[in-house]
Write a protein that binds this ligand. Structure first.
Ligand SMILES: [Zn+2]
Length: 333
């Protein structure tokens, strides 16, 4: 049922909602107005070994705190949207599986959070929220058929079709990060083999960087590995910025694998725009350039000819902004 609430942001001309982005290491909260602007923000660490009631209690305390802070500056949120990684049940009451928050698996965490709130609440996958945020307020504004992928520790993606979050099974478009792009490739954490996540995510880039540094001990990448003890996207990005050809090649290889995944997504969803965010995309433009070249080289021409592949623009705030925007939809018409 659509419930109409007007004037709930009594001191503000704008409607607003609280967006909560729950991850395995921290929870980010924001009061977001209906233009996508964050007016108050908070963040708290999450100890993923804590029990479900302990995590729930922390979340409810944080929501109460940001609600007070919002009111203090004239914004009274009308709803709460909370997003997290993993699989939620159809009613979005139970957490089916969240790899980074194992104590929540199989619990009625979402239903219990809803019960603990005296505001309307909406729950969703973080990938859906990031996609919806880019559609409403970011680089995907108004795009009819949009895919937004976050390439970091894993690859999560949401699909927006004519303004609606696509939900094919349960509440998501499907696991786009687990589309298989190399049947002879590495085993993926999901149990599949050769998924785009296993070949184009942050851990894949780091594995490639470590191998390349060993093969090319004179490279800038190898020098940075020696200084910092390990190679993350930060070191790879630094070496890339210093024109290290070894770093350039591994970034391009990682981008080519993403391009294989995008070409496959295109024949299924026919997007007009694909936005890429997350830590790996931030390494540098050669990553996306390699993805674009691969899509152009191997993709089905009619499905890929007109697709634009561009960086996402909302960065780490996409989750809270999208969560709040999705929550606002349940309380407005
Ligand atoms: Zn997989």
């Amino acid at each position: 049922m659509i419930q109409v609430i007007r004037g709930s942001c009594a001191l503000s001309a704008n409607r607003c909602a609280i967006g909560v982005d729950l991850g395995g290491q921290s929870v980010k909260l924001a009061v977001v107005d209906d233009s996508g602007r964050i007016v108050v923000r908070r963040q708290a660490p999450i100890d993923a070994s804590r029990s479900e009631p302990e995590i729930r209690s922390l979340i409810l305390d944080e929501i109460a705190a940001i609600r007070r802070e919002g009111r203090a500056v004239g914004f009274a949120p009308a709803a709460v949207g909370m997003v997290m990684p993993g699989y939620l049940d159809r009613e979005r009451s139970r957490v089916l599986f969240a790899a980074n928050l194992p104590t929540l698996n199989g619990t009625e965490f979402l239903g219990a959070v809803r019960t603990g709130l005296d505001l309307p609440a909406a729950f969703d996958a973080d990938s859906n929220a990031a996609a919806y945020a880019e559609y409403r307020f970011g680089a995907g504004r108004g795009v009819d058929r949009l895919i937004v992928a976050v390439v970091g520790t894993g690859i999560g993606a949401g699909v927006i079709i004519e303004g609606q979050v696509l939900r094919i099974w349960s509440h998501i478009a499907g696991s786009l990060g687990h589309v298989i792009v190399d049947a002879g490739g590495p085993r993926c954490a999901c149990g599949g083999t050769g998924c785009v996540e296993a070949l184009a995510s942050g851990p894949a880039l780091e594995r490639r960087a470590a191998e390349a540094a060993r093969r090319h001990p004179q490279s800038r990448l190898a020098a940075l590995a020696g200084q910092s003890g390990r190679l993350t996207g930060i070191e790879v990005g630094r070496a890339l910025g210093e024109n290290d050809p070894v770093a350039l090649e591994i970034v391009r290889e990682t981008g080519r694998w993403l391009g294989v995944g995008i070409a496959s997504w295109c024949v299924v969803f026919r997007p007009t725009k694909v936005l890429i965010g997350g830590g790996v995309a931030a390494v540098g433009e050669p990553f996306l350039a390699a993805a674009r070249e691969t899509v152009a080289a191997i993709g089905q021409p009619s499905a890929t000819r007109d697709v634009e592949i561009a960086p996402a623009t909302l960065g780490p705030d996409a989750g809270t902004i999208g969560a709040a925007a999705l929550a606002t939809r349940i309380v407005t018409v």
